[in-house]
Design a protein around this ligand. Structure first.
Ligand SMILES: Nc1ncnc2c1ncn2[C@@H]1O[C@H](COP(=O)(O)OP(=O)(O)OP(=O)(O)O)[C@@H](O)[C@H]1O
Ligand SMILES: [Mg+2]
Length: 242
């Protein structure tokens, strides 16, 4: 098992946000975590990467294993540089005053495999032609959808082999959203990137992922292949509009 979250309890201050959730991801899989606002999706990703820190969620019980080893004691920067787990955060957190290209280059600073940086940059520009066209543009002037692409590009440029994507569909028009998911599928199929996808848009998430889990106010309430979840009457009613 690549990543295994086991009975994870997480608190912000005195309030518990995750009440003992468990899920697994195999290498090369696309797994989605779907759920409504406030279900604990971003909290789950931030607990794995422990970024950003100001009001970081605190693990009070359970464990997160990566290739069988607990990573709760691993410093956040090593999660990226040594374990190659990278987050493309909700709200993007790109550097607006830097160009697209500078943002992508900055993401590589902790990489040990410098020889692969240029190849990966070429790959990002091939996968996201819009980023190539706009590589000298200041990132703050990108559209919301383009900034979402840049967030994924940065996670890949940081050397991430396991990408944690926080609502990559947010704010995208349907056409751009499908294009983006096709690109993510290529990263999975052609580069062997493992993806944990967090989404409120259950419809697209279940079209794209191999398997999924439904998170409801800090608890996993359903699990299965995407086809099983999409056919589940409760999931249909609550997340797929009947
Ligand atoms: N920094 C924080 N301090 C205190 N409580 C927080 C903090 N971040 C999140 N929470 C709370 O934890 C719960 C889960 O939030 P989280 O952001 O993980 O939800 P989410 O599933 O990502 O929702 P959304 O779809 O709206 O992004 C919510 O009740 C939220 O108010
Ligand atoms: Mg969120």
């Amino acid at each position: 098992m690549l990543l295994s979250v086991q009975n994870l309890h997480v608190k912000y201050g005195n309030i518990e946000a995750l009440h003992g959730i468990s899920f697994d991801i195999e290498e090369g899989e696309i797994v989605t975590l779907i759920g409504a606002n406030g279900a604990g999706k971003s909290t789950t990703l931030h607990t794995i990467t422990r970024l950003p820190p100001p009001e970081a969620p605190r693990v009070t019980a359970g464990d997160i294993l990566f290739r069988g080893q607990s990573i709760l004691g691993v410093p956040p920067h090593k999660i990226v540089s040594d374990l190659h787990i990278a987050l493309a955060p909700e709200g993007r957190h790109i550097f607006g005053n830097l160009t697209v290209r500078e943002n992508l280059q900055l993401a590589t600073y902790a990489r040990k495999d410098r020889a692969n940086v240029q190849k990966d940059l070429d790959r990002v520009f091939e996968l996201f032609p819009r980023l190539m066209e706009r590589q000298k543009q200041r990132s703050e002037s990108l559209s919301g959808g383009e900034q979402q692409m840049l967030a994924v590009g940065r996670a890949f440029m940081s050397g991430g082999r396991v990408l944690l994507l926080d609502e990559p569909s947010m704010g995208l028009a349907p056409l751009l959203m499908y294009e983006k998911f096709r690109t993510l599928k290529r990263l999975n199929q052609e580069e062997g990137i493992t993806i944990l996808l967090v989404e409120q848009n259950a419809r697209i998430a279940l079209q794209f992922a191999h398997r999924g889990y439904v998170l409801d106010t800090g608890e996993i309430v359903a699990a299965g292949t995407s086809a099983q979840l999409a056919a589940d009457p409760e999931v249909k009613k609550a997340y797929l509009g009947g």
